[in-house]
Design a protein around this ligand. Structure first.
Ligand SMILES: [Ca+2]
Ligand SMILES: [Ca+2]
Length: 192
């Protein structure tokens, strides 16, 4: 009986935490700062030749180098948030008014696409890209570039996750962290 009571309390705590994480809308890639100019890319993300990315889990991030040579995230999205089975990402351009700061991509600059595989808790840089025409949108060039106000599709991203099975031991709820939710999940399973 004591274990059941403890589990009930822990489950309540779990829901509090779950609520908070939803409220924070946690994603792997940072949300970029909005800039006056943008372009948009849409396409599919495929793992290991034929495994489609998972909606509401896997992510796409778009990067360029800032003036110090560091990668800056200028676009990010979760797969399936706009169209099921597709990523749809707004990519931001540099603000020309701030000449000393590079906030986004320059016109025609190459864009670096990275992906987050939630299943393996791992980030991959995408080197294998293809394009495919998509009704009403512009066919992207490969490698993809920034062109202000254009809407590009399909840009299809292919990622090989290699044999590295990067599953975190004890991460029962697969949120890529060891946390109180894992302990609660173990206890809940034990009490069932
Ligand atoms: Ca600027
Ligand atoms: Ca966890």
């Amino acid at each position: 009986m004591k274990i059941k009571r403890i589990c009930l309390i822990l489950v309540s705590v779990y829901y509090l935490f779950a609520f908070h994480s939803f409220a924070a809308d946690e994603t792997h890639f940072p949300k970029p700062n909005l800039q006056p100019s943008w372009c948009k890319y849409a396409g599919k993300l495929i793992f290991d030749n034929n495994v489609p990315a998972v909606d509401d889990e896997d992510e796409v991030g778009v990067f360029v180098k800032d003036n110090n040579g560091n990668d800056i995230c200028i676009g990010s999205c979760v797969i399936g948030k706009t169209y099921p089975g597709y990523f749809y990402v707004s990519v931001y351009g540099d603000d020309p008014k701030t000449t000393d700061i590079k906030e986004g991509a320059y016109e025609q600059e190459n864009l670096l696409f990275k992906v987050w595989d939630r299943n393996k808790c791992k980030e991959y840089t995408v080197f294998n890209i293809s394009s495919n025409s998509f009704s009403g949108m512009e066919l992207p060039s490969v490698p993809p570039i920034y062109v202000e106000t254009r809407q590009f599709a399909e840009l299809n991203l292919y990622v090989s996750t290699d044999d590295d099975d990067n599953i975190l031991p004890g991460d029962i709820n697969k949120n890529c962290r060891l946390d109180i939710k894992d302990i609660i999940e173990i206890l809940t399973n034990l009490s069932n």
